[in-house]
Ligand binder design. Structure first.
Ligand SMILES: Nc1ncnc2c1ncn2[C@@H]1O[C@H](COP(=O)(O)OP(=O)(O)OP(=O)(O)O)[C@@H](O)[C@H]1O
Ligand SMILES: CC(C)(CO)[C@@H](O)C(=O)[O-]
Ligand code: BAL
Length: 301
């Protein structure tokens, strides 16, 4: 664990730029509370670390809206199911702190599992029906784990705003719903999905992919683009165009194994039908080798 470091005299929290001070790194609620009075309006960027360009864009958006930016780094065991990648999830706190320093982050909150879950966690947040479909169906317990840790982070940090990526569109929708239904009084902001030049959505799990697997994985963004290009044809046309790309990828080497492709209402995550008009999200999840990836694109019907 990196030792807490103080802001050098005269360096106000929230001062970005090449000469920005390194973030203060803390790991306990007590350290956070001690810092809080000096932070002004706080924007929180919750992450699981292994920071990449998507996280950096989130941090930049957070800076625009607050006096201080806090990035939390915590690989949350509660949201991983049996057989998932909790143990091998990439962890490199020093590299993450360096990335936060480059982005002018004020505070990194990197608690241990013992700090976040000191005893048996008997109470959790129920995500409701929106948490049962798509990701919720393929990762039972995932959204309860996400909402429980996000609720806990909100209570510990007490931010004014919190930022999440549209890459995890269902997570974003479920968190927005929790904030509304449980009256958290926090403004949730989002940013569009950041992509590598080849179209692949940046993701910490991309590090697992071999060169060949990454080539196969490009079918996800290609399928979404094909669906978006067909948006004037309505839900059936959109799904048919995207499925055609995925069908080729299922027969490729290495193959893409599709968990779901769905066109949903972004407010409810219910599937939309031929009559639907308005905003929609075309979402896909698939496995390539041992790596499970998700991606989506917003559409207007
Ligand atoms: N490519 C991206 N564009 C925009 N936001 C992103 C992107 N990747 C991650 N985020 C956002 O960053 C936040 C932290 O996500 P997380 O640390 O799980 O990263 P990740 O790359 O999504 O990891 P994983 O590979 O485990 O899914 C979430 O709000 C997530 O939506
Ligand atoms: C929101 C989150 C940090 C909760 O662990 C995680 O699900 C993520 O990184 O998207
Ligand atoms: N990026 C969402 C967190 C997860 O897949 O566990």
């Amino acid at each position: 664990m990196t030792e807490p470091t103080a802001h050098p005299a005269g360096t106000a929290p929230g001062t970005a730029g090449p000469a920005a001070a390194p973030p203060v790194v803390v790991s306990t609620p007590e350290e956070l509370s001690a810092l809080r009075p000096s932070l002004g309006r706080i924007a929180l960027v919750p992450t699981m670390g292994a920071l990449h360009s998507g996280h950096r864009r989130l941090i930049a958006a957070a800076r625009a809206d607050a006096d201080s930016v806090i990035v939390s780094i915590f690989v949350n065991p509660l949201q991983f199911g049996p057989g998932e990648d909790y143990q091998r999830y990439p962890r490199d706190l020093d590299a993450d702190v360096a990335a936060c320093a480059a982005e002018g982050v004020d505070v990194v909150f990197a608690p241990t599992v013992e700090v976040m879950y000191p005893g048996e966690q008997l109470v959790s947040v129920d995500p409701g029906p929106m948490g049962q479909v798509l990701e919720g169906e393929f990762r039972p317990g995932f959204f309860a784990g996400v909402l429980t840790v996000v609720a806990k982070l909100f209570h510990l940090v007490r931010p004014d705003t919190a930022l999440f990526g549209q890459k995890d569109a269902q997570q974003l929708a479920v968190i927005r719903r929790m904030v509304r239904d449980l009256a958290f009084g926090i403004t949730v902001l989002s940013i569009p999905t950041v992509r590598d030049p080849d179209g692949l959505a940046t993701s910490s799990r991309n590090a697992y992919l071999s060169a060949e697997e990454r080539t196969s994985a490009l079918a996800l963004s290609r399928a979404l683009l094909a669906g978006a290009d067909a948006s004037v044809t309505g839900p059936i046309g959109i799904l048919t165009a995207a499925r055609a790309v995925l069908a080729e990828a299922e027969a490729a080497t290495p193959p893409v194994a599709v968990d779901y492709l769905a066109l949903v209402d972004p407010g409810t995550f219910g599937e939309v039908t031929g009559e639907y008009r308005g905003e929609a999200v075309l979402a896909v999840a698939a496995r390539v080798g041992a790596t499970r990836l998700i991606d989506n694109v917003p559409l207007t019907l």
